[in-house]
Every structure is written in structure tokens, then in C-alpha cells.
Design a protein around this ligand. Structure first.
Ligand code: ADE
Length: 365
């Protein structure tokens, strides 16, 4: 891969290109990175590259001429021209992956207050590294170059890329190294167990948990939770399921249904809604039976039926452990427990009443 960087500040790239993985990638010819000074392409006798904005306003604007000429002289048939600007598409791992497959990239680092809008006409893509404004495109260019180069074939081991953050929509699993205990902080036992299967499932679970806590936004939008079993949960994008074929249940001609035998594919939000609707329905039934119990039939037999209903509902809520928030589950469980308690009290008091009546009757006989 070849990367041409167009900048007004070539010196900023010195350390970046001469250290660590980028240095190694260049040395082993996996990537060729050239820093081009935009000023060298200026046709102005004073090597001018910017001017005041038409219509007034503050700051200087990067001119078309040096950029157009630089791109013309560097571009080949297969070149992708990328402009670094806060107005661009927010950069992510998928974009890094796509760019790492290109043969030739030209990165244009915007600078000063802005650039002549006509520069966009020769760019294939605008990239932003986040919703904040830096003094120029140089640091963003290094960020994007770093993320791209490490994904170029054989720059780093494939294995380290496969399970890292964002690759399959999840954050990375937690890692630990020696010592085993540091200031009362212990390494999780499973990692010392030597049981690779357990370690693997622990790591997968931790990735899901970590993502749910730190970046719940990653789990939304078109992503599905795929369960091989309760321990093996993976977040996937439906479009990533290449090689799988799905056949609607009972041969129904429905393209929106995906029946599976040992996997579950469902929008997380949908699954949550289904669970909540199910619980709401069951709570309503339980409330109705409780009202009947309190107002009409407080017999022991009826109490046993209502209590059984309450326990089954509690078990159902427990089953939804992975889908419903802890607070929601605990709130409902507490209400059911209160109801159970009231039913038991009522059952005892009506039993006592019955016994009292029986006693009175036997005494009067
Ligand atoms: N130039 C200035 N700020 C930037 C940002 N956030 N992303 C990309 N290029 C920029």
C-alpha cells in the first residue's frame, strides 16, 4: 500500500513515521508513506497556499491550485483521495478496514480556518476523527493512518486483530498480567485455571458485559445477539452472517422470519419488548386472581393456586435475566414478594377464623 500525505507541516510526522509499528511496516515494505509539502506545489512566486475568504470573514482559506496540482501529480487510476476535516464522516474501525484494502491513498490535511469548498470536488471521502476542532488535519491524519496501516496484511498478527475492540461490534475482553494480586486487586480465577474452553467463554461473556456497560450504543442499530448457548453470546451484524442460509419455519413465505434450531436471532430491543409485554400480561392475571382471592375466595386451596402463579412469574422473570435490566426485574420481584406475603397472611388469618368458627360451633353443640 502507498499513502501520500499532503500537509503544510511535514515535520509533525517525523516521530510518527520513525517509531514502533508504523516504522516496522515501512521498513518491511508493507507500506510506503510519503510526506508531501503542499507549499511545494504552489505556483505563486512567494509559495502562497492560502488567501482571505470571499465575502469576508476571519482566517485564511486553503487555495485550490496547490491541492489540485498535488493530487493531479500524485494520483493514479486506483487512488482514493481523503480529506481530513471536522465536517467529515466520523471515523470508525469499519472505515479503517476498508481503507486498509486500498492500493493508494492520498490524505489531505486541511489547515487554518478552512479550505476552498471546490477542493471537495477532487476528494472521494471526507473523514473526521470526532466532534471537536483541532488546529489542523495532521493529527487526524496520523490517527487514521495508524488505524489503517496496522490492518494492512502482515503488519501485525491476524490473531490480535480478530478479537479486538469494535471488530465484531463488541469491545475487547479485559486482560491481566503479573502479579496475580496487586494491592488487593486479584486476577479472575478463571484465567489461572488453565481451562481454555472456560477462559474463552469467560472472555466472550466479558466482552458483551463490558460493551453493555461502557458502550451500549454499539449494541443497538441492526445488531443481533446470537446465542449458541447461554454462555456463548455474541453480538453480530446480520450482514456479517455470510455462509449461513436461513429457511422460514414451516416453509412460510416470509423473508422477515429467521427460524433457527440452536441459535436465536432477534433485535435486542424487540426481545426486551416481548419479554416486558409477556410479564405485563402475567402480572395482570396475577392481580386479577389475587383480587378474587382477597374479595371472594380466601380458601387455602385458592391461596395455593395464586401463590403458584406468583412463583411461576418470579421464575419467568429470572429467565429474562440477560434481557431485562436488573432494576426492572428487582422492582417487579419485590412487588410479587409483597403480594405473596399478603396472601400468606390472609390465608393464615382466614384459616384461624375458620378454626374459631368451628370451635364455637362445636362448643355450642
Ligand atoms: N481537522 C480539524 N479537526 C479535525 C477533526 N476533528 N477531524 C478531522 N480533521 C480535523
Amino acid at each position: 500500500m502507498k499513502i501520500d500525505i499532503l500537509t503544510l507541516f511535514p515535520n509533525m510526522f517525523e516521530g510518527f513515521l520513525t517509531e514502533s509499528i508504523i516504522k516496522r511496516a515501512i521498513k518491511s515494505n508493507k507500506v510506503n508513506i510519503e510526506i508531501n509539502n503542499i507549499r511545494d506545489f504552489s505556483k505563486d512566486s512567494h509559495k502562497k497556499v492560502d488567501d482571505i475568504p470571499y465575502g469576508g470573514g476571519s482566517g485564511m482559506v486553503l487555495m485550490c491550485q496547490p491541492i489540485f496540482d498535488a493530487v493531479k501529480s500524485l494520483a493514479k487510476d486506483n487512488t482514493k483521495v481523503v480529506l481530513l476535516t471536522p465536517q467529515g464522516i466520523p471515523f470508525n474501525q469499519k472505515m479503517a478496514e476498508n481503507l486498509s484494502k486500498e492500493e493508494h491513498l492520498i490524505f489531505i490535511c486541511g489547515h487554518y480556518e478552512g479550505f476552498d469548498e471546490r477542493i471537495l470536488s477532487i476528494c472521494d471521502m471526507e473523514i473526521s476523527i470526532g466532534d471537536y476542532v483541532l488546529t489542523g488535519g495532521e493529527l487526524p491524519c496520523m490517527v487514521v493512518t495508524d488505524a489503517v496501516v496496522r490492518l494492512v496484511d502482515d503488519v501485525i498478527e491476524k490473531e490480535s486483530i480478530e478479537k479486538e475492540s469494535f471488530v465484531d461490534g463488541l469491545l475487547d475482553y479485559p486482560t491481566y498480567t503479573k502479579p496475580r494480586v496487586f494491592e488487593d486487586l486479584e486476577v479472575p480465577d478463571v484465567l489461572l485455571s488453565g481451562n481454555h474452553k472456560n477462559i474463552e467463554s469467560w472472555r466472550e461473556e466479558e466482552r458483551v458485559k463490558k460493551t453493555e456497560v461502557k458502550r451500549p450504543d454499539l449494541l443497538d442499530k441492526g445488531k443481533f445477539k446470537l446465542y449458541k448457548n447461554s454462555e456463548n453470546v455474541k453480538i453480530i451484524d446480520l450482514k456479517d452472517l455470510k455462509g449461513y442460509s436461513f429457511h422460514p419455519k414451516n416453509n412460510a413465505k416470509r423473508t422477515d422470519l429467521i427460524p433457527v434450531t440452536n441459535m436465536e436471532l432477534m433485535f435486542q430491543k424487540f426481545k426486551k419488548n416481548v419479554a416486558k409485554t409477556n410479564i405485563d400480561k402475567k402480572i395482570l392475571t396475577l392481580i386479577k386472581s389475587s383480587i378474587l382471592f382477597f374479595e371472594e375466595d380466601s380458601s387455602e386451596d385458592n391461596a395455593i393456586i395464586v401463590l403458584g402463579e406468583a412463583e411461576r412469574l418470579k421464575a419467568l422473570i429470572k429467565n429474562y435475566e440477560k434481557i431485562l435490566e436488573k432494576e426492572y426485574r428487582e422492582e417487579i420481584e419485590a412487588k410479587i414478594d409483597l403480594l405473596i406475603q399478603e396472601i400468606k397472611i390472609e390465608m393464615i388469618s382466614s384459616k384461624n377464623k375458620e378454626e374459631e368458627i368451628e370451635e364455637k360451633q362445636s362448643r355450642s353443640r
